[in-house]
Design a protein around this ligand. Structure first.
Ligand SMILES: Nc1ncnc2c1ncn2[C@@H]1O[C@H](COP(=O)(O)OP(=O)(O)OP(=O)(O)O)[C@@H](O)[C@H]1O
Ligand SMILES: [Mg+2]
Length: 272
């Protein structure tokens, strides 16, 4: 009896996922091979750049072990409203909805210890049990690598617009980014393009650029795999400051804003 109920609930959820996804025009997944290359920074700033252009955007955080989106968007501690078991996403700025496991937990220091199947259920809940409403874009922020979380999203969302590959310029990051491109292709999810983050450091004193992690690797990678190069974002201490304090770099007067804008424009050209 309990098994039958669970089956019924799962069927209803699949139906809600379908309905929810039909109201979201574009779905993008931000992935990388390596950790710490700036996926979350790119995801939230891309979302905010799209909001600035008048689009309605959602950010879904599927990094269950290290959900940083709420902190970086300045909505940490906000509780999503629940009615009839459906969650309302939290609004970071007008037009920007957010959902993350971090918004559903009472203790930010509590680790999530889950194997793959549980992550799959969580992904389905975040897609089916959240009232995303009408959106132009859903930007999905992944944990590093080619594991359960992006795989779960690829398998749950048919008609993804594609993946955005974030890398830093040095070879060790590019090595892993190649795998991320291969992963996307193997699962028939188009690659929208590559972003080279932490590409040069603009000295806060003299304004000149230092190639801390080298430069140009992301562009070369894009050429090698015949995918679009979506732009570069320099290292900027302001970005660290902003993400620690939950301020969006693309909203501020950061020197990086114009680079972020260019990335947004390039993505819009490919995902009209
Ligand atoms: N262009 C940049 N300039 C300066 N700092 C940056 C830049 N991009 C990201 N950072 C900083 O680097 C750190 C890691 O970035 P972020 O959390 O976005 O990476 P990530 O790829 O999402 O990491 P993870 O793999 O853990 O999810 C953050 O403190 C962020 O503020
Ligand atoms: Mg992250």
């Amino acid at each position: 009896m309990e098994g039958a109920n669970r089956l019924e609930e799962a069927k209803k959820r699949e139906e809600r996922i379908k309905q929810n996804l039909s109201k979201i025009k574009h779905k993008l997944v931000v992935i990388s091979g390596k950790g710490g290359v700036g996926k979350t920074t790119v995801a939230i700033n891309l979302a905010c750049g799209l909001v600035n252009k008048g689009f309605k955007v959602g950010v879904l955080d599927i990094d269950f072990h290290g959900p940083n989106v709420p902190k970086m968007l300045g909505v940490e501690g906000k509780q999503p409203l629940v009615s009839n078991s459906i969650l309302e996403p939290v609004e970071a700025i007008p037009g920007l909805k957010v959902m993350s496991l971090a918004l559903l937990s009472n203790n930010p220091d509590q680790p999530v210890i889950w194997r793959g199947p549980l992550k799959n259920v969580a992904i389905k809940q975040l897609l089916g049990d959240v009232n995303w409403g009408e959106l132009d874009f859903l930007v999905i922020d992944s944990p590093p690598g080619t594991g359960d979380e992006p795989l779960g999203v690829f398998q749950t969302i048919s008609g993804l617009d594609g993946t955005i590959i974030v890398t830093t310029p040095q070879e060790v990051a590019l090595m892993d980014a190649r795998k991320a491109i291969g992963f996307s292709r193997e699962l028939n999810v188009p690659v929208v393009g590559v972003i080279e983050n932490m590409s040069g450091l603009i000295c806060p004193h003299c304004g000149k650029e230092i190639q801390l992690f080298k430069a140009g690797g992301g562009e070369k990678l894009a050429k090698e795999f015949k995918v679009a190069f979506l732009g570069r974002i320099p290292l900027d201490p302001k970005i660290v400051e902003n993400s620690d304090s939950g301020k969006l770099s693309c909203l501020g007067d950061s020197r990086t804003s114009k680079f972020l804008q260019e990335v947004v424009d390039n993505i819009l050209e490919r995902v009209p």
